[in-house]
Design a protein around this ligand. Structure first.
Ligand code: GAR
Length: 205
């Protein structure tokens, strides 16, 4: 079995998706990835407390008073220090600088609480209800320089009910996020190792 793909999770808040990713791995150590770091721009984020409780290394630095590029280069340094290969955004509520995204091209995944390309940005559930959509949901996508616009790798749908408000809808979508993200990350990491193996074969032959 190939070496595990070294994943860092970036978060800014509650950390329930981080827990889902970590729990999925804990249930079966044969998964293709291992979480080597949880990093945050919010030192008081609850997700950091949870990560430490589960024995995952956690790093935090407030973004306040630092330029975006400068913050992202600190982040880049800590990712390199931990030999991170894939970055999984899980409620990381800060735009990444174009330079960072370019450097990590194809190596950053995000989970977004809508059926992309619908409802990029914030307040997705409220907007889905106001638009009269039949379905809401969540999407895992590759991060590119444009907000919530990179290739979608997995989606899950949730029916919007007549009595839904943004909170009730968010709760049902979140349940789907917790199922979808681990599967999508696992698949992405497997594909990464397969591509690397093919490349090695090509180079050898
Ligand atoms: C999740 O619903 C995630 O999809 C959303 O933030 C929440 C984080 O919850 N992300 C975005 O809106 C990114 N644009 P969590 O901290 O409990 O995982």
């Amino acid at each position: 079995m190939a070496e595990k793909v070294r994943v860092a999770i970036l978060l800014s808040g509650r950390g329930s998706n981080m827990l889902a990713l970590s729990e999925y791995k804990r249930r079966d150590p044969d998964r293709a990835y291992e979480i080597v770091l949880v990093a945050s721009n919010v030192p008081e984020a609850r997700g950091l407390v949870l990560a430490r409780r589960f024995g995952i290394k956690a790093w935090a630095r407030s973004h306040r008073g630092i330029k975006r590029e400068e913050f992202d280069s600190l982040l880049d340094a800590v990712l390199l220090e931990h030999k991170v290969e894939i970055v999984a955004l899980a409620g990381y509520m800060r735009l990444l600088s174009p330079g960072f995204v370019e450097k990590w091209e194809g190596r950053i995944l995000n989970i977004h609480p809508s059926l992309l390309p619908s409802h990029k940005g914030l307040d997705t559930h409220q907007r889905a209800i106001l638009a009269g959509d039949e379905y809401a949901g969540c999407s895992v996508h590759v991060v590119t320089a444009d907000l919530d616009s990179g290739p979608v790798v997995a989606q899950a749908r949730v029916k919007i009910l007549p009595r839904d408000d943004p909170d009730s809808l968010a709760a049902r979508v979140l349940e789907q996020e917790h199922l979808l993200y681990p599967l999508a990350l696992e698949e992405y990491c497997r594909a990464l190792r397969e591509d690397e193996a093919k490349e090695q074969e090509r180079d050898a032959g």
